[in-house]
Design a protein around this ligand. Sequence first.
Ligand code: ZN
Length: 97
Amino acid sequence: MGHKRVRPGERIAMVELMMEMNSDWCLFWPFAHADHMARRVCEAANGPKPSSDYECCHSCNNNLCINKNHLRWGTKKDNAGDRKKKRNHLTVTIKFK
Ligand SMILES: [Zn+2]
């Protein structure tokens, strides 16, 4: 599977889909800008970033993961202190019409 170009509307649809997913598994965003997607999902799940001291933290330590249950706002210090817990993961595939 080659790299598919993702249109902005598809990103929005994916954020909405992530809001409906309740999984313990890591859900990997296999396209470019996974960090950007993670921030968008984090924002949708937890509200806006509290301040510029905060960043999007992954409780699972998988930077490609966009599972809302694994994302939270934390300071850099919080992030460094995260437990490095490996989880199983699924790669998100998208089929938009
Ligand atoms: Zn995860």
